[in-house]
Design a protein around this ligand. Structure first.
Ligand SMILES: Nc1ncnc2c1ncn2[C@@H]1O[C@H](COP(=O)(O)OP(=O)(O)OP(=O)(O)O)[C@@H](O)[C@H]1O
Ligand SMILES: [Mg+2]
Length: 248
């Protein structure tokens, strides 16, 4: 499949998350007055209309994913703090799976507190305090897309735990996301990076996805001049490591 099409597919694919958050938020306002307070008839009409349109948008995104289109990709390098990259990716991912956690992560303003919040949710964060506060030149949006997809997979496929490790070696940033799930048999280590490939379509987790995340992640990492590696043994979890150059 053409690389640009894979990237566009990934962008459209990542729209699914925020739209799901919008839909869940409006549904909560409409159906849980005991928690969110009662609403007037006029407000209800607006919310119903908004909800209906969020659903239309969801359907359009699903259609676009089937259809796909092509567009040229651009690398946009900015100066970002590593702490912001990691924190924002975690907030974006928890917005989808656990809104309470995402609220709590947002208000942690130092590494030890964030580590504590994450540990409570079975997530280890391993990074040197100095590196945490460092500013680096990267394509921030692409790095966040990569992290979001790897984190989302690890949360989906882990048994109990996942670990995020960030390290710097020479002019490269290395981050890995490891989980303790079923892992990926060696014969599929190349296949999982192909679009629309999913290992076990009878599994409830897998059915909800599209098999597009990793294919998109691979293209993005390569576009940044980096590498993406998978280490996994069946039954012993999976570890995805990304290495990207910091000098442009
Ligand atoms: N951490 C992991 N542990 C075990 N299997 C994994 C893991 N990450 C990915 N896989 C396997 O690789 C397949 C492809 O992953 P990919 O992220 O491309 O798609 P998906 O998560 O199924 O759907 P999507 O990302 O489109 O929502 C998955 O369906 C799953 O079978
Ligand atoms: Mg995925």
């Amino acid at each position: 499949m053409h690389r640009d099409k894979i990237k566009l597919d990934l962008l459209i694919h990542d729209l699914k998350g925020p739209i799901a958050v919008i839909e869940a938020g409006i549904s909560s306002l409409l159906t849980r007055p005991e928690k969110y307070g009662s609403i007037t008839d006029k407000q209800e009409k607006v919310l119903v209309r908004t909800l209906r349109n969020a659903k239309v948008l969801q359907a359009l995104v699903n259609d676009a994913l089937e259809l796909g289109r092509s567009r040229a990709g651009v690398i946009n390098v900015t100066c970002s703090k590593i702490s912001d990259l990691i924190e924002q990716s975690l907030v974006e991912i928890f917005d989808l799976v656990d809104q309470g956690a995402s609220e709590r992560i947002k208000i942690c303003n130092d590494l030890p507190r964030l580590r504590g919040e994450l540990e409570e949710r079975g997530i280890g964060l391993f990074i040197d305090e100095g590196l945490w506060l460092q500013e680096v030149f990267l394509d921030e949006a692409k790095i966040r897309q990569v992290l979001r997809n790897l984190l989302h997979n690890a949360l989906k496929y882990r048994k109990n735990r996942l670990e995020i490790t960030v390290d710097k070696q020479h002019d490269h940033l290395i981050f890995s996301v490891a989980d303790d799930g079923e892992g990926i048999p060696e014969i599929y280590h190349k296949k999982v990076f192909e679009s629309y490939f999913q290992l076990d379509v009878t599994n409830a987790h897998t059915v909800r996805g599209h098999g597009l995340g990793l294919a998109g992640v691979m293209v993005l990492v390569e576009d940044m001049g980096g590498e993406l590696h998978l280490e996994s043994e069946e039954g012993h979890g999976a570890k995805f490591s990304v290495t990207v150059p910091l000098k442009w």
